[in-house]
Design a protein around this ligand. Structure first.
Ligand code: G
Ligand code: G
Ligand code: MN
Ligand code: NA
Length: 256
């Protein structure tokens, strides 16, 4: 059957999976996780996320996919919360596409889920890419404000890859910038240039009181360098790969 039909089935039959990647502070304390969707298609096997999101976009299923992820992530946090695995103050980050950000039903959808599971909005963050924000500046700004008013955090993902003027960020209600992994990983090779990009990000973020996180940390050197310029939050294979819920629990990282 065509991939889009199979995706529609997966959405209907809970045929998608989630994996979780740890987000830690400079001391290695676990501050939360980012959740990613995985699709193990019955016939084709694991479908790359790029293919999944291409199909979803082409067949107008982006909002459905993101909603499936939001619901499943809320359910998981609710379970972990009851087990004492998930502590207050830890944040579950959920990626959302541009379509989902501007979807008029988004806030109502998440509000009802939070109510049903008796969870604080502050347990969750939505990650929107820099490009999403810059391609839809007005709509995005209004929506980000509404999300923020509800108590859900907003993180800007893949930061530094787009063309946003850093100064424009002051018009948004942003909680965290996540420096793109490409920049993080190049920082040791082209030190001067990349370090100055990172330093200018740090400066603006400092002025606007926005926290900065580094993604794609694979080595101790990268961690040290990003930490030395003032990043306060870290994510990457060096700290932990995306893991199934069972492995994430077992890694005991969540208890620190
Ligand atoms: O870990 P992975 O290689 O699968 O992620 C590839 C891309 O897919 C990342 O840029 C990530 O933001 C995106 N992605 C993963 N899960 C989700 C999701 O649930 N919703 C959206 N919109 N994007 C996701
Ligand atoms: O949504 P986002 O663009 O943040 O997705 C990040 C992507 O990077 C995901 O596909 C995730 O699996 C992947 N990733 C997370 N940590 C690392 C890392 O340390 N190195 C590399 N190469 N990829 C990573
Ligand atoms: Mn992300
Ligand atoms: Na990213």
């Amino acid at each position: 059957i065509p991939l889009e039909e199979s995706l529609a089935n997966a959405l209907r039959e809970n045929g998608l999976d989630l994996v979780y990647q740890v987000q830690a502070d400079g001391e290695g304390k676990v501050m939360g996780a980012e959740v990613y969707v995985r699709w193990n298609e019955p016939v084709r096997g694991l479908v790359p996320s790029s293919v999944l999101f291409d199909v979803a976009e082409k067949h107008d299923m982006l909002v459905q996919v993101d909603r499936w992820v939001i619901k499943a992530a809320v359910e998981q946090v609710s379970v972990w919360n009851k087990q004492g695995v998930w502590q207050t103050g830890q944040t579950m980050s959920i990626n959302i596409s541009h379509k989902t950000l501007v979807d008029p039903g988004l806030l109502n959808y998440i509000e009802i889920l939070l109510e049903d599971h008796d969870l604080e909005a502050s347990c969750f963050a939505f990650e929107v890419t820099e490009n999403t924000i810059m391609n839809y500046p007005e709509e995005a700004r209004d929506k980000v404000r509404q999300i923020s008013r509800l108590g859900i955090k907003v993180f800007i993902d893949d930061f530094g890859t787009g063309y946003s003027s850093l100064v424009n960020l002051k018009n948004f209600k942003i909680d965290r910038l996540k420096i793109d992994k490409g920049i993080v990983q190049d920082v040791l090779e082209y030190s001067d240039q990349k370090e100055s990009i990172i330093r200018s990000i740090m400066n603006i973020a400092g002025e606007l009181d926005i926290q900065v996180s580094a993604e794609g940390i694979e080595t101790q050197e990268q961690l040290d360098l990003l930490s030395s310029v003032g990043c306060s939050m870290f994510q990457g294979y060096f700290l932990g790969r995306p893991q199934t819920a069972e492995d994430f629990e077992a890694s005991s990282l969540v208890y620190t």
